[in-house]
Ligand binder design. Structure first.
Ligand SMILES: Cc1ncc(COP(=O)(O)O)c(C=O)c1O
Length: 499
């Protein structure tokens, strides 16, 4: 067979074995270099959109290129546009740091190329998933009878759990939503805290609940659902009921008062779902478990392994107490898809996708590498580090921490004591300076009508030294902004006096 060669004299034929091995070796070399430099990596991308477009762009390739060269080009194009999310001083969003054990397992998952939809398509993938599921239920102290699905993230895990809830509740009132859909179905009331994560509302939209139809329950200063408000709402809404509670608020890390919520929901025969994208992991740490005590009273739980377990993206977990409701909501069947039978787990019954990556390998490897103790120690370490950074900041005049730092999250305002408009502007300016300094990355948000900086300590490589360097940089940025502001105020006064 004659082979067509491209400009550089190499074959673009995808069956060229030496070239594909070179591609893997190139990726390995760059991955190792990237990993080893994690403490000195810039926390934010240096290239802007146009630079990245130029680096990746160009006309549609007509001919192939040597695989290893393509990987080299990919690295050159991508690296200036990488965020330091896998690094040690990235605090902006609640994102894990892709631990190398999970990444290594994930490389193999890609090379093995298993289609983990059904057992027959990926037997090892299905069994790794089953074992990882059992270990997770154990580590998170969830009810033994839970069935577990692995998804792309907490958004889809919330979706899976709420789909199971919708099916089970409607079946109880004689409606088969899986067959007959939502048109004409008896209404379900969905109660959710006013401070729920935006992605839960997206999941509700996908399920036909409609964002405007859900009943928003007032929350307190830390973002926790107010039980009295829930009680009032429930009294007004008869019929099938879903209540969605939160373990770990995105700003403050606060937990909803689950015992009261569970009692009220259960008294109504409702389904209690928990969005615990990161906060559910507190249950794995003996030192923090009290924060999430009682959350096992729920009917379903969503969490992310790509957050606190440091799994590579995309790895969410959906736990449903009623295994039958879970399976009915998600199952896919076709004559060409071999059924593994009742004794063997077929992943396609528990998550929305059919063809998908074998997420179980990375999960299994991470849980095996950390062990129960390692997971607990990491969670505790991050909470202690968050407290350390908050304390360092809190003693500086003009910096205020707006929440009790019980978990790994906190909210900061710069310019405390100034008028609202001033401290908003000072906070925005300080965040910009912190990001420009390039020591760490923390981002802004609006919280209770104020501009704030959010800090989330959740990445495996973060050390005390990283926390101190980041805190020093934040304090220096604030002092710079405060100095400029003080000079401006002085100048204004002088001008006013001269006038
Ligand atoms: C509380 C909470 N729920 C849901 C999500 C959505 O998770 P994912 O991005 O994995 O879909 C997040 C993400 O940060 C979160 O913090």
């Amino acid at each position: 067979m004659s082979r067509k060669f491209n400009d550089s004299g190499n074959t673009g034929d995808s069956s060229d074995l030496s070239d594909s091995s070179a591609a893997l070796e190139t990726a390995y070399r760059h991955a190792l270099r990237f990993h080893e430099a994690r403490h000195s990596q810039p926390p934010a991308a240096s290239a802007d959109f146009n630079a990245l477009l130029e680096a990746f762009g160009g006309p549609t390739p007509e001919t192939g290129a040597p695989a290893a060269e393509v990987i080299e080009r990919l690295v050159v194009a991508a690296e200036p546009g990488l965020m330091g999310t896998a690094g040690a001083r990235f605090f902006s969003w609640v994102v894990g740091g892709s631990h190398p054990v999970g990444v290594a397992a994930d490389w193999l998952t890609s090379v093995w190329g298993q289609n983990a939809g059904c057992y027959q398509g990926a037997p090892a993938g299905a069994v790794a998933e089953q074992v990882a599921a059992q270990w997770l239920v154990d580590i998170l102290h969830l009810p033994r009878e839970c069935s577990v699905g692995f998804t792309t993230g907490a958004t889809m895990s919330n979706f899976v759990c709420l789909a199971a809830a919708r099916g089970a509740l409607l079946r109880r009132v004689g409606w088969d939503v899986e067959l007959d859909g939502m048109f004409g179905a008896p209404p379900i009331t969905v109660c959710i805290g006013d401070d729920a994560h935006a992605s839960v509302l997206a999941s509700l939209r996908y399920l036909g609940f409609g964002e405007r139809r859900v009943v928003r329950i007032a929350t307190d200063e830390a973002g926790r659902m107010k039980v009295a408000a829930l009680r009032v709402a429930l009294a007004r809404c008869p019929g099938p009921l879903i209540v969605i509670a939160q373990a770990g608020h995105i700003m403050t890390g606060a937990f909803d008062p689950i015992d009261d919520i569970a009692t009220l929901t259960q008294a109504r025969g409702g389904w209690l779902h928990v969005d615990g994208a990161f906060g559910l992991w507190a249950r794995a740490s003996p030192a923090r478990a009290h924060l999430a005590r009682g959350f096992d009273r729920a009917d379903s739980w969503a969490t992310d392994a790509h957050k606190w377990l440091q799994a590579p993206y995309e790895c969410g977990c959906a736990f449903v107490r009623d295994a039958d409701a879970h399976r009915r909501a998600m199952t896919i069947g076709a004559s060409y898809l071999p059924d593994a039978g009742d004794a063997i787990r077929d992943p396609l019954h528990y998550a929305p996708e059919l063809s998908r990556r074998a997420r179980g390998f990375a999960l299994w490897a991470l849980l095996r590498a950390f062990g129960r103790e390692g997971v607990a120690a990491m969670i505790e370490r991050h909470c202690v580090l968050a407290g350390r950074m908050a304390q360092r900041l809190a003693v500086v005049p003009g910096i205020e921490i707006l929440n009790e730092v019980a978990l790994n999250q906190f909210v900061v305002q710069f310019g405390a004591g100034e008028a609202a408009q001033q401290h908003d502007a000072l906070t925005v300016e300080t965040i910009a300076r912190i990001q420009a300094a390039g020591v760490c990355h923390a981002a802004g948000a609006r919280w209770r009508g104020r501009e704030v900086m959010r800090v989330s300590v959740i990445s495996w490589p973060t050390t005390e030294e990283d926390i101190d360097r980041a805190a020093d940089s934040m304090i220096a940025a604030w002092r710079g902004v405060r100095g400029r502001h003080a000079k401006e105020v002085l100048d204004e006064r002088r001008t006013a006096m001269q006038a």
